[in-house]
Ligand binder design. Structure first.
Ligand SMILES: CC(C)(COP(=O)(O)OP(=O)(O)OC[C@H]1O[C@@H](n2cnc3c(N)ncnc32)[C@H](O)[C@@H]1O)[C@@H](O)C(=O)NCCC(=O)NCCS
Ligand SMILES: Nc1ncnc2c1ncn2[C@@H]1O[C@H](COP(=O)(O)OP(=O)(O)OP(=O)(O)O)[C@@H](O)[C@H]1O
Length: 206
């Protein structure tokens, strides 16, 4: 039966780039951020609890969670972040477990050795860590995280720093890793490192 590769790293480290690479290579990917977003779209399962916990101000006229407003609140206020995670975490967990079972079946049917679980908080959430068989950490220094996130979004360096501070410290994340890819080089270097790692995984499976 296919095993589960946990893929994690700090904000902007390169998880989505790695997931897309594995997906192109035919490995099923479960994306916890995408699951989290789908729970907070209009009519999403988290919307009633968010309205109840934070008030109608945090819901857009279309009925989605107001992400920008929530982001401004929770990354400056650990208690508010705990409340949001209290709502989101069990829902993300349940939906992820279901998606991982589907991904495992897809991998089995396609003859792939593993499926990928891309989750930014794998090291922060002990229950998430237990569903993966091997943990790959994408590592990047803080300055480059800030630079890359700023390039692709409107987040200020201060906001990216506050998000990094809300995440597990870099060394503690690295200490949990089975495999580490440092993504401080070019995209080509990153893809080569992923290909080399995949070779090792496939050799292990034989
Ligand atoms: C705070 C929210 C509203 C910000 O939304 P926004 O669209 O700006 O960001 P998005 O969801 O794309 O997340 C971007 C990145 O922020 C970081 N991040 C998100 N939530 C958290 C958190 N609770 N703690 C630390 N970092 C987080 C991750 O690196 C993530 O990849 C949103 O991230 C959210 O609802 N978070 C709570 C759910 C959660 O913990 N998700 C992360 C694990 S799946
Ligand atoms: N080696 C690299 N060189 C230059 N840019 C890169 C490299 N790797 C990734 N990027 C870019 O950096 C940005 C962040 O990468 P990516 O979205 O893969 O990270 P992430 O870990 O999924 O981020 P988030 O935590 O916000 O979901 C993207 O714009 C991506 O194209």
């Amino acid at each position: 039966m296919a095993w589960i590769l946990g893929l994690t790293g700090g904000i902007g480290s390169g998880k989505s780039t790695a997931s897309a690479w594995f997906s192109l290579a035919g490995y099923p990917v479960v994306d916890a951020d995408a699951i989290s977003r789908s729970l907070t779209y209009p009519g999403g399962a988290a919307i009633p609890a968010i309205a109840n916990e934070f008030g109608a101000d945090f819901i857009t006229p279309e009925g989605a969670m107001n992400r920008a407003k929530m982001r401004e609140l929770v990354f400056d206020d650990p208690k508010a972040r705990e409340r949001l995670e209290g709502v989101m975490r069990p829902l993300i967990r349940r939906a992820s477990l279901e998606a991982l079972e589907r991904a495992r079946s897809l991998a089995d049917a396609a003859g792939k050795a593993f499926a990928v679980f891309d989750c930014p908080l794998l090291c922060e959430w002990p229950e998430a860590r237990t569903v993966v068989d091997r943990l790959l950490v994408i590592d990047l220094c803080e300055e480059e995280q800030i630079r890359r996130v700023a390039l692709r979004s409107s987040l200020t360096p201060e906001r990216v720093r506050s998000i990094i501070r809300a995440q597990i410290p870099r060394q503690a994340r690295l200490a949990q890793a089975d495999d580490i890819i440092y993504n401080g080089g070019s995209l080509e270097d990153f893809r080569s490192a992923l290909a080399a790692l995949l070779e090792r995984y496939l050799a292990r499976a034989d």
